[in-house]
Design a protein around this ligand. Structure first.
Ligand code: TNX
Length: 724
């Protein structure tokens, strides 16, 4: 590790994540063993450490009162969150001036132990270590930024209390200290407000028979949920013990569909609702209706009582302000205030919310969109694009740096993976490359306003596959944790990647996370006799590649690739990287499919966009697709008719768009009509919005996509047939 001064080869370097800011190894090791005692320390911290030590040692450290091996001491010269940790011949000495410094020293110490300390098992099922060598070390550490955040959207997809507690644990392991909890949005209101019960009775549920439509791909069932105030108190207390401040977000005045379906009187009084950028209609508060401020005051009262933080985040993003142009109440207000542009009403709203928050003892935080008008510079801005980051700072606001281009974990890692793309691809390396102080051009004075980085996870696409939140968060969140904690001069991606490989993936695995690992690299060549030689290489030398030959997804029992595989037909080979039971997405042999392109005419009952019309489906250009402009309803169809009867082996019918995989058919099936006059139902669309027809034993005349249910998607995208 270049960051650490290593002066003894007998002491193995520890693969810390995030890397502490000053690490010096000494010569020798201290043996942690039975009889160990802990002296001093905050009660919660000591219990926390003991509980994790118990997971690897065969004895309870707390019960024995032998010689002190871990001593906690105070050093009032150290700042908040700072600590020193020394291992020498007398054991471990941790010094700090605060509970938080002590807590972070414990996190550092845990990383010096076997990764099993993160596993929630002990006793017979746990590790049974008798002793463990700690390298002599001197660490003097404190964070680079005071704000090291994780922003998490629980509106689009609901995550229950246990998931949130686990998320807070993961944040603590990574020395992250601010949890920005996106509790409300168009797609779900997740916090119990006693005064307005319909917010959660109506606004917390999505589904076909609910006021809020289902999520992309979620199918017809209702689902959702919310946190009771009792649960929120428990979560807030759990976070505080782990040095995490929770900043709740109530997203206003846009992104408010969940509240609008519960209390429609919050909307402007007109029938010409204008869509938000995300295509939502009826999701903006009326700013001219005084009753709305009374309601928000009541809501903020309850929110303020639940969260000890100094901030309530009021959202403020992506407001379709054009709704205010056609509303009599908003127009009256504009006249009264002498405004000429309805956008000025945004300033008005934000300033009203600032006053309401102040009444309950809070400042406001908001997305960069609140940087309007005469807002107090005491409030906190969360910048979500690179260009807003500099703007907020130039205007003098303390700013959390969460630019989507580096910090949005809902973006795809690589082209082949699921996710959004509007801010580009966000690889682990891209996230790691972010430096809140030097990525943008800021003066020394302006840099003082940077409070720190945050990684954000939006959850429109998190409904499936299982554990996709883990996949999107880790290890990108580990990268952002290091961005927040470690001095820039010590950060090198190659070394971070090496620490991930050498130790941190094993820690994440022990934490029970289904984190993302890269898929294998596949190379293939065809010899003169037409046989294929396929090589598959794991991205890291401590991972393996497993494969199947029948087109199914490899699992832990699939054989490991050793050397080269030969195959006559490589089209059904599937490969995946494995780290224990954590697996990558599947890989295929590149370039082994040749698709047939028979002359086809396509007709449909849908209305479609002129830019993505039905004719695209006749061209077999797989980057193009058809996009409908109306909601699918039962009986809607797309009919592919082949000019000549078609001989083939397999037809893949894929709906949704090829870039983001949004807007697929969830309720529908495919009918195949053969030249002998028979018609066969080839099956229903699966989670991936796909039907595969295989084998195809007879000549095909036509293939028909048939919608069976309303889907409730705003639109549907259909891709060209893949015929083999
Ligand atoms: C933009 S960034 C949003 C969210 C979406 C996200 C998807 C911001 C303040 N708003 O509502 O979920 O993009 O990436």
């Amino acid at each position: 590790m270049a960051a650490a001064v290593l002066f003894s080869i007998s002491a193995p370097a520890v693969n810390f994540v995030p890397l502490p800011n000053d690490v010096k190894y000494g010569e020798g090791t201290f043996l942690l063993k039975k009889g160990l005692a802990i002296k001093g320390g905050n009660k919660f911290n000591v219990n926390y450490l003991t509980e994790r030590l118990d997971r690897v040692f065969e004895f309870s450290t707390a019960a024995t009162a032998g010689e002190a091996a871990i001593v906690f001491d105070t050093d009032s010269s150290l700042g908040d969150e700072a600590y020193t940790l020394e291992v020498g011949e007398n054991g471990v000495i941790i010094r700090s001036s605060s509970r938080s410094g002590e807590f972070y020293a414990i996190q550092t110490l845990l990383q010096m132990l076997p990764p099993d300390v993160y596993r929630e098992v002990s006793g017979a099922d746990g590790m049974q270590l008798k002793e463990w060598n700690l390298p002599y070390i001197k660490i003097s550490d404190s964070p680079r930024f005071a704000y090291r955040g994780s922003m998490f959207d629980v509106s689009r997809t609901f995550f229950d209390k246990d998931f949130i507690l686990r998320h807070l644990d993961m944040m603590a392991y990574h020395k992250l200290n601010k949890f920005h909890w996106h509790l409300t949005d168009d797609n779900g209101w997740r916090i119990e407000i006693k005064r307005y019960p319909k917010l959660t009775e109506v606004g917390a549920w999505r589904g076909k028979n609910e006021a809020l439509p289902p999520a992309y791909n979620s199918g017809p069932d209702s689902y959702g949920g919310y946190y009771t105030q009792k649960e929120i108190k428990e979560i807030v207390a759990y976070a505080a013990e782990r040095n995490i401040e929770i900043i709740p977000e109530i997203d206003l005045p846009g992104h408010s569909k969940a509240i609008a379906v519960s209390y429609p009187e919050i909307l402007c009084n007109h029938d010409e609702f204008i869509q938000s950028v995300q295509g939502e209609v009826g999701n903006v508060f009326c700013v001219g209706n005084e009753a709305n401020y009374k309601m928000l005051d009541n809501i903020f009262k309850e929110v303020a009582e639940l969260f000890p933080t100094q901030y309530i985040h009021i959202g403020g993003d992506e407001v379709a302000t054009a709704n205010w142009k056609v509303c009599p109440a908003c127009q009256n207000l504009m006249k009264k205030l002498g405004y000429t542009d309805e956008k000025q009403l945004m300033n008005y709203f934000v300033e009203r919310m600032e006053k309401i928050a102040a009444k309950h003892g809070k400042k406001i935080a908001g997305w960069h969109d609140i940087v309007v008008g005469d807002l107090s510079r005491d409030n906190l801005v969360v910048a979500w694009k690179s260009r807003n980051a500099t703007d907020a700072i130039q205007k003098g606001f303390p700013t959390v740096m969460q630019p989507a281009e580096y910090c949005y974990f809902d973006m795809k890692h690589t082209k082949a993976e699921r996710g959004h793309t509007w801010a580009g691809l966000v690889s682990v390396e891209k996230a790691y490359s972010f430096d809140p102080l030097s990525t943008f051009n800021l003066t020394e004075e302006q840099k003082k306003l940077v409070v720190g980085p945050a990684g954000g996870l939006w959850t429109e696409m998190l409904f499936f596959p299982p554990h996709f939140a883990d996949y999107q968060l880790y290890p990108r969140m580990c990268a952002i944790a290091e961005v927040g904690w470690t001095e820039q001069s010590l950060r090198k991606y190659e070394e971070f990647d090496c620490r991930l490989k050498e130790s941190h993936f094993a820690r994440l695995w022990n934490m029970g996370l289904k984190f993302r690992i890269p898929m294998p690299e596949i190379a293939a060549a065809r010899n003169a006799s037409g046989e294929w030689s396929v090589y598959a290489e794991a991205p890291y030398d401590n991972m393996v590649v497993r494969y199947t030959c029948d087109g199914t997804s490899p699992d832990c029992s699939s054989p490991v690739v050793k050397g080269r595989i030969t195959a006559k037909d490589p089209r059904n080979l599937r490969f995946a990287t494995f780290f224990n039971d954590v697996k990558s997405i599947d890989a295929e042999v590149p370039g082994c499919h040749t698709y047939l392109t028979p002359a086809t005419s396509v007709t449909t009952s849908f209305e479609y966009s002129s830019r993505a019309s039905v004719e695209n489906l006749e061209k077999y250009d797989f980057s193009k697709y058809m996009r409908t402009t109306n909601l699918p309803k039962a009986g809607d169809f797309v009919l592919f008719t082949f000019e000549e009867p078609l001989k083939c082996n397999k037809i893949t019918v894929q709906t949704n768009d090829p870039v983001n995989n949004f807007f697929g058919i969830t309720e529908g099936h495919v009918e195949v009509n053969y030249s002998d006059g028979t018609t066969v139902n080839a099956g229903n669309f699966d989670m991936y919005n796909r039907v595969t027809v295989e084998p195809v034993c007879k000549e095909v005349k036509s293939v028909k996509i048939v919608v069976d249910g309303t889907c409730e998607e705003k639109q549907v995208s259909i891709q060209c047939l893949k015929i083999e």
